[in-house]
Design a protein around this ligand. Structure first.
Ligand code: ADP
Ligand code: MG
Length: 639
């Protein structure tokens, strides 16, 4: 009796990704071998890691290995491993579906972008390496048996949207993927993937560092064609970080990165580290060129691979780098840790925490070098991972001080270039004592804010903090280089020399008396939203603006908190309404008020001025109906 064959549809997103892999990524079809070997190597890692806690999984004389077998006549290529294997449910889960959250949105994005390169950049993030087999094969079968399972599973597909599953009689643990190869067509990147020479070259190029032997039985490359086939190991198996960095070619580092990071793109940068002291360990770290789409997902697991004396013991060790460096990929190889280290032990291990602080210090030093010597690369890194780095500012003092000089900001100094705080300080005017900033939703909104006027008049630079995390940065960071970080949207503004400030204060106290009653009127009319109305020293051309008191949270943060945590996340904060005493509106309003305090139009003016101030800073109107009514009344009167 033969087992029944069941046919299934690929999940919609999986099918779309599969189509993208087949139809738009035609540039390098031979990477399918890299992906299959990478999967085999991962499966071997997993069975070995499982054996650390469950010795029954492996027999002592088990050799973990990868095999390539070809049949030139049948035009097939098989890649086999005796790794962890998959249960039937796992096959459907891992091969037929993409379980990552956020996939649908990204698939849409991919389909919209016509460029194959852009697709290649993004697609690696999904774990769709397996689908690359359909670039070179018309039909693929996968036979697999999970370690410890009784039954094996046979999966096959032609990559057209369906796959068939049945039981299989495979006897041993592991997986074999067999490709029924498309006809050779070298012009379109289809080499003869059943030819030993071709496979030998590809393994050398893409998978030389793989830690398990990749075996093939074929005539030796230097033997004549009639020579008897013999078993050869195609890769050197030498861990790339154990070789002197100078001897390793860039392409080799790149291929290693692709393997550990499951990425298809090249890394942006890398660093090799070696600690020699009480603890001995090495690290090979990479900075990806692109942030993964799930970088901010809370349940996402990040972490470096942890090796002990060249043996992988944990795939994503979260304790080797702090969360604000979670975008870094790579490996750490320790000479001192025991092989049987559990996750629980790792969380408490003193070695690990010492490694973390050393590694993060080294990474930050490296980022500093990049910032100073290769601003282009640093700018790219910042664009992808700047927001993550800023999360570290919330950490302990030492980290904060190391991170601060690494931050880049937009500023009024330049329309496109970003600035560091050090560079800002160098540009400060001789009479300027503080570092000024304004937070907001976007540069476009912030840069037209009335709060900037007095600073522009003085020629003072203002940092535009338009990343949501910047609110956290300003909460945590009160000063830099002995200069206080000051919001231009909070408190009172006193600019210029001591004499200038004295003069301004004298002028103001005179005006205060004149405007006292109208200010009182504005405050009481707008009392639901405004806690004080006062004369402004920060406006030169605008009639009004709203500011916060020293300890208030910014309106930007208020908006953010409402959006992310719901409308009741923060109680509505009252603001301070500032009137520009040199503006004609202030003057006329005062005259009108003096003439008749009960003039009903005054209430409309108050609401319009308040709405004006809100719109100017990019805030929403709390009561748009009231604003519109006031505008309507005043228009009728004016026309
Ligand atoms: P990724 O390797 O990035 O997860 P792939 O498309 O290459 O994405 O593989 C999908 C999944 O299929 C893997 O995560 C793994 O769970 C499973 N898989 C693929 N090949 C093998 C194999 N040879 N042995 C065991 N599991 C495998
Ligand atoms: Mg893979």
């Amino acid at each position: 009796m033969t087992a029944p064959v069941e046919t299934f549809q690929f999940q919609a997103e999986a099918k779309q990704l599969l189509d993208i892999v087949i139809h738009s990524l035609y540039s390098q079809k031979d990477i399918f071998l890299r992906e299959l070997i990478s999967n085999a190597s991962d499966a071997l890692d997993r069975v070995r890691i499982e054996a650390l806690t469950d010795p029954d999984v492996l027999q002592p004389d088990d050799t973990l290995e990868i095999r390539l077998d070809t049949d030139a006549a049948a035009r097939t290529l098989s890649i086999s491993d005796n790794g962890i294997g998959m249960s039937r449910a796992e096959v459907t889960e891992n091969i037929g579906t993409i379980a990552k959250s956020g996939t649908r949105e990204l698939v849409e994005q991919l389909r919209a972008s016509k460029s194959g390169d852009a697709a290649a950049q993004l697609i690696g993030q999904f774990g769709v390496g397996f689908y690359s087999v359909f670039m070179v094969a018309d039909r693929v079968t996968l036979v697999t048996r999970r370690a410890g399972d009784e039954k094996a599973t046979h999966w096959s597909s032609t990559g057209d949207g369906t796959y068939a599953i049945t039981e299989d009689s495979r006897f041993s643990r592991g997986t074999t993927v067999t490709l029924h190869l498309k006809a050779v067509d070298t012009e379109h990147g289809l080499a003869d993937f059943a030819a030993p020479d071709v496979l030998r070259t590809l393994v050398k190029r893409y998978s030389d560092f793989v830690g398990y032997p990749i075996k093939m039985t074929a005539p030796r490359p230097d033997a004549d064609t009639s020579a008897a086939p013999e078993e050869q190991v195609l890769n050197s198996m030498q861990p790339i970080w154990t070789r002197p960095p100078g001897d390793v070619k860039d392409e080799e580092f790149t291929e290693f990165y692709r393997h550990v990071a499951h990425d298809w793109a090249e890394p942006l940068d890398r660093l090799s580290l070696k600690a020699e002291g009480r603890l001995e360990y090495q690290a090979l770290l990479f900075i990806p060129a692109q942030a993964p789409f799930d970088l901010y997902f809370r349940d996402q697991q990040f972490g470096l691979q942890l090796y002990v004396r060249r043996i992988l013991i944990m795939d994503r060790c979260q304790n080797l780098l702090p969360p604000y460096l979670r975008f870094i990929k790579g490996i750490v190889d320790s000479a001192d840790l025991p092989l049987n280290l559990s996750r629980e032990m790792i969380q408490q291990d003193r070695h690990i925490s010492q490694m973390q602080s050393w590694l993060s210090r080294k990474v930050l030093d490296h980022l500093k070098l990049l910032r100073d010597n290769d601003r282009d690369t640093y700018r790219k890194l910042w664009g992808e991972f700047g927001s993550v780095l800023k999360e570290g500012i919330a950490g302990e003092g030492d980290v904060k001080d190391k991170l601060l000089p690494l931050l880049l900001f937009q500023s009024s100094n330049d329309a496109t270039a970003l600035t560091t705080l050090d560079e800002y300080v160098v540009r400060m005017k001789s009479d300027q004592t503080k570092i000024y900033y304004l937070t907001g939703e976007s540069r476009a909104v912030v840069e037209h804010s009335p709060h900037l006027e007095a600073f522009q008049a003085k020629g003072y630079e203002v940092l535009y903090l338009v990343d949501p995390v910047d609110e956290l940065v300003t909460e945590r960071v009160r000063e830099f280089d002995g200069k206080s970080l000051t919001s231009v949207g909070k408190g009172t503004v006193e600019l210029g020399s001591e004499d200038e400030r004295k003069q301004a204060e004298a002028d103001l106290s005179e005006q205060r008396e004149r405007f006292a009653t109208v200010l009182e009127f504005l405050q009481s009319t707008l009392t639901d939203w405004v806690k004080e109305a006062r004369l402004s020293t920060r406006l030169t051309t605008s009639p009004v603006c709203l500011v916060g008191a020293e300890g208030d949270i910014s309106p930007n943060l208020e908006r953010l908190l409402r959006r992310t945590q719901g409308p009741d996340a923060v109680t509505q904060q009252k603001r301070i309404l500032e009137i520009n005493p040199t503006h004609a509106i202030a003057e006329k309003l005062q005259e009108r008020f003096a003439a008749n305090q009960d003039d009903p139009a005054l209430v409309d003016y108050a609401h319009v001025l308040f709405g004006y101030a809100l719109l100017a800073e990019g805030s929403e109107l709390p009561d748009p109906g009231r604003f519109n009514k006031a505008i309507g009344e005043l228009l009728v009167k004016g026309l």
